[in-house]
Design a protein around this ligand. Structure first.
Ligand code: FAD
Ligand code: NAD
Length: 367
């Protein structure tokens, strides 16, 4: 743990302060970093316990306090990006003057390497569950009112459910509500819903349990993990997404974000591997998007098609990849993202290296 010196990476230790008015208490976190946004901070407060975890590069900085007075459930979070300042504005229940903010709780005011910080879970309520394919559903979970959490693009969270006394934890990648939404307008700061596309395996350990949840039931959701950074998408000219089955999930927000925000983008292609036509997630949305945005193309490759299928067939192969991965212009700035079952991803990475894509041009989503 590092308290108030420079970390190995030259990261200046963050600090915090607070001030009050008659009706509010503002906690200010000085991250001393410029690339800070609303998804850099996760706030949970329950009863008098206030917890704000700020993710700064590979570190977690925690403000963790038993507040000295009561506050309302809802609060607001503001980020001043150019100075790396985060403000969390709490509403006092009573308009009295606070002499102190409260008492420090575990790991308060410490900067810890993220890998040692552990995951913090909050209980989220199932709001809806819709069929997407014969075995995949769109789950919508609602964050508690006293939580601020936005999962960055390309990152996942863990869902935790207790089954006959044992806690089962597995990773899932949040998606947008649809392919045609979200990044066209700024995400509202009070964004309280998290969506997941989850395939139900009848013989699986966790997914049948998720399938049997009733609307109103609770599931514990961790903070985000993963090292994809949306800055990888900046200045890109070609973006190739290679997905198999639910390996499509990290591609959803990437696709939405790139089409809406990466002005240099000329071509975005999705190569989507599935067993059968019935397994293709959001096929009609993908096709609508391809009609709407000429930069976007989708190609399906089926490993177990019916005899009626006249599209591409087979598994990931040098021939399929080299045909698909045509740059819009020679030496374009390119990124390839790949995700699916582990053998698929491993084979894909090897084939991409053989096709002379560099390490920096490939991003693989793995466990
Ligand atoms: P498991 O019990 O793990 O079983 C899965 C399948 O394997 C079943 O068909 C089961 O019958 C079979 N199986 C289990 N054990 C054996 C065995 N010993 N031999 C042969 N077969 C066996 N999934 C999604 O649907 N959506 C997502 O957004 C998503 N995001 C992910 C993000 C990350 C970073 C990772 C690593 C995985 C993600 N996954 C996602 C997969 C998810 O974490 C689970 O692995 C998946 O839901 C299966 O969980 P389960 O407990 O139901 O099945
Ligand atoms: P699936 O069994 O329906 O297979 C989809 C396609 O993957 C197949 O049609 C085939 O083309 C290819 N494939 C499957 N097994 C292969 C193998 N052994 N070798 C080469 N290609 C193969 O897929 P599913 O049930 O939807 O599973 C999706 C996988 O993606 C899961 O393993 C899940 O854990 C993983 N996933 C990972 C992340 C992540 O971020 N790391 C996110 C979401 C999903």
């Amino acid at each position: 743990q590092v308290t108030d010196t420079l970390t190995k990476e030259g990261l200046n230790s963050p600090s915090y302060d607070w001030f009050q008015t008659d009706s509010s208490v503002t906690i200010v976190i000085y991250t001393k970093q410029k690339d800070i946004s609303l998804d850099s901070v996760i706030v949970d407060h329950q009863g008098d316990s206030f917890r704000a975890e700020t993710i700064i590069k590979d570190y977690s900085y925690l403000v963790h306090i038993a507040l000295s007075h009561e506050v309302e459930e809802d609060f607001s979070v503001r980020v001043v990006e150019n100075v790396g300042k985060i403000e969390i504005i709490l509403k006092k229940k009573e308009h009295t003057s606070w002499k102190c903010l409260g008492l420090p709780l575990e790991r308060h005011n410490l900067l810890t390497p993220k890998k040692d910080a552990g995951l913090y879970y909050r209980k989220c309520q199932l709001v809806s569950k819709e069929d997407v394919t014969h075995d995949t559903k769109l789950f919508c979970l609602m964050l508690p009112p006293c939580t601020h959490l936005q999962v960055p693009i390309g990152q996942h969270v863990y869902l935790k459910v207790t089954i006959t006394g044992t806690e089962i934890v597995k990773p899932y990648t949040p998606v947008s509500y649809s392919l045609l939404s979200e990044f066209q307008k700024p995400v509202p700061p009070n964004n309280k819903y998290i969506y997941f596309l989850i395939k139900i395996y009848p013989a699986g350990l966790l997914t049948p349990k998720l399938d049997h949840l009733q609307i109103g039931d609770f599931v514990s959701v961790s903070g985000p993990e993963g090292n994809f950074k949306k800055s990888k998408l900046q200045e890109l000219e070609d973006l190739f997404l290679v997905a198999a089955g639910t390996g499509f999930t990290p591609m959803v927000k990437i696709l939405n974000y790139a089409l809406s925000n990466v002005l240099s983008l000329r071509k975005l292609k999705l190569m989507f591997f599935n067993k059968t036509e019935d397994d293709i997630i959001w096929r009609s949305q993908l096709e609508k998007l391809a009609c709407k945005d000429k930069r976007f193309d989708v190609e399906y490759i089926l490993s177990a098609p019916t005899s009626e299928w006249n599209g591409k067939q087979g598994q990931i192969s040098p021939a399929l990849l080299s045909e698909f991965l045509k740059r819009s212009v020679e030496n374009s700035r390119v990124l390839l993202c790949i995700c699916g079952p582990t053998p698929f991803t491993e084979q894909g990475i090897e084939l991409l290296h053989d096709l002379c894509f560099s390490k920096e041009e490939i991003y693989s989503f793995t466990a």
